[in-house]
Structures are given as C-alpha cells and as structure tokens.
Design a protein around this ligand. Structure first.
Ligand SMILES: [Fe+2]
Ligand SMILES: [Fe+2]
Length: 184
C-alpha cells in the first residue's frame, strides 16, 4: 500500500529526529554547546510532522479502519495501545515545553527535566515505530479487505496532497536536515 509506504518513510524521518534529540540531550547533560531555541523547533517538528500529520493519518484513518474491521485485533487491545502511546508522547512534549520555559526563566534544574522528557520521548517513539513497522502495518496489509485498503489509500492521499500544498513536508524535512548538520 502506497499510504503505508509513506508512513514507513515518515518513521525513518522521525527516527532521524530522535537521533538529534539524543545528541542535544547529551550536550545538555555534559554542558556542551546547544541552542535551547532548537528544542522548541524540535517540539514543533514532533507536534506538527510526527503527531498532527503522521499520527493523524494513523488515528483517524488506518487504525480507525482496523478497529472497525479487525475485531480480534481490536479486542486484543493492540490498537488501543498505539493510541495510548501517541498520548504518552504528547505528555512528554508538554512537559518538555514546560521544562524549556523554566530553563529560559533561569532554572538550572530544568536541564534535568529537558533531558528526562526528551529521552523518554525518543525511547517511546522508537519502540512504538518498531511495533508499527513490524506488526501493525503488516496486519493492515495482510488482513484488511481490499475495499478498506482502497479507502485508506484515498483518504491518506487527500491528507498528503493537502500537506504538500501547504509545504508541510518540505518545511519539516528542511528543519530535520538543518538540525542534523548542526548536531550530528
Ligand atoms: Fe503511531
Ligand atoms: Fe507511526
């Protein structure tokens, strides 16, 4: 499925940003050089590209369809687990934003909260992505009816096209490349 291929590519891009997040956290821990404004830009990448765009397609289209059609899988709690992990990620980002704010207001202790929430997010998302790539997406491709797959393809393409028109993917891939050049 083309829509799933695109989501797997998005996972690759999100994982690239997770590497940046780890490196920035390491620099904060070792008192290396980092720009606190970059953390705010990473939060924007996570919220807009990873969450709104990518998780949006999963929650509203792919997993919603799987929940309706694949009763056994739905009852197992596996799909609910994906929604819960998205929510946990949102909590880490909210805490990370608060920690950045406290750091900007002069709290040295806030460095600890920046590192803790950034690393928890990176670890959560990495494991989450692995489950989707190796299990959830495979279930979708192997178990859904052709008509459901067509529905997912059409709906995801609409979102993809709208995002392209507004320049969303270009904007966040450029940010990713800039931060990779700066930190990795
Ligand atoms: Fe997900
Ligand atoms: Fe995903």
């Amino acid at each position: 499925m083309e829509s799933i291929k695109i989501m797997v590519d998005e996972h690759t891009n999100i994982r690239r940003m997770l590497k940046v997040i780890r490196e920035v956290s390491y620099r904060i821990m070792t008192l290396g050089e980092f720009d606190v404004e970059d953390i705010t830009r990473i939060i924007d990448f996570v919220r807009t590209y990873a969450d709104k765009h990518h998780h949006g397609k999963e929650e509203d289209i792919l997993f919603a369809t799987m929940n309706q059609e694949l009763e056994k899988l739905s009852k197992s709690g596996a799909i609910t687990g994906m929604y819960i992990e998205h929510d946990n990620g949102r909590l880490y980002m909210m805490n990370l934003e608060k920690a950045v704010q406290a750091y900007n207001e002069g709290s040295d202790e806030a460095r600890m909260d920046i590192i803790a929430n950034a690393i928890c997010y990176a670890d959560l998302l990495d494991r989450h992505i692995e489950k989707e790539n190796t299990a959830m997406y495979k279930f979708a491709e192997n178990m859904l009816k052709d008509s459901s797959k067509s529905y997912i393809e059409v709906e995801c393409k609409k979102i993809e096209d709208e995002a392209s028109e507004s320049g969303l993917q270009d904007k966040y891939l450029a940010l990713l490349e800039e931060l990779e050049r700066k930190y990795l």
